[in-house]
Design a protein around this ligand. Sequence first.
Ligand SMILES: [Zn+2]
Length: 195
Amino acid sequence: MECAFCDRKSLESQIITETKNFFVMPTMGQIVEGYSLIIPKKHVLCYGLLSEKMLDEYLELKEKIDKAATAAYQKPMYFEHGIVGQTVPHALIHCVPSDRDLFQRLLLRNYSIKEKRVIESEKDLRQVVRDFGPYYFYEFNGLKMAFDVDSHEAPLRMALASVLGMPELADWRNMNRQSDEKSMRKTVENLKKLL
Ligand SMILES: [Zn+2]
């Protein structure tokens, strides 16, 4: 299968932790150190298409990651590009230790949002995907939101890089490989010892 997240052989050394149905690894393109991805082992396009049982398992794992990331770095924000502009068509939740809220940027500037919905839990993404189709999930400071957006909308990585004043870091292909790999290794090291 031609999917980097399904064929995990090349990723093994980067796995921070895993459960029956999920694994966690640093993202390529560490806009900030500690930036990691929570990935279902099943090849599925977005979290809204996972079963409730799988989402329970995810939420339990996420709580642990949240504690570790907060201890090692700072309280993370989370986002998912639910079937929007995916370079790899495999669901990912981005976990980014950062206190810079992307919401104003999102809403007011770069993105065209058709509808915003505050949700209680990622489990509500199952309804969101039925209602919106392609969506963005965004969580900051415990507030969880889903946005109805077009499938060609720009990735939230871009908003993040731009809010941090480093727009050039949005494109992981153009990042300095050496410093990126160093940051990935430190992310693995720092989170692993706290899990
Ligand atoms: Zn896959």
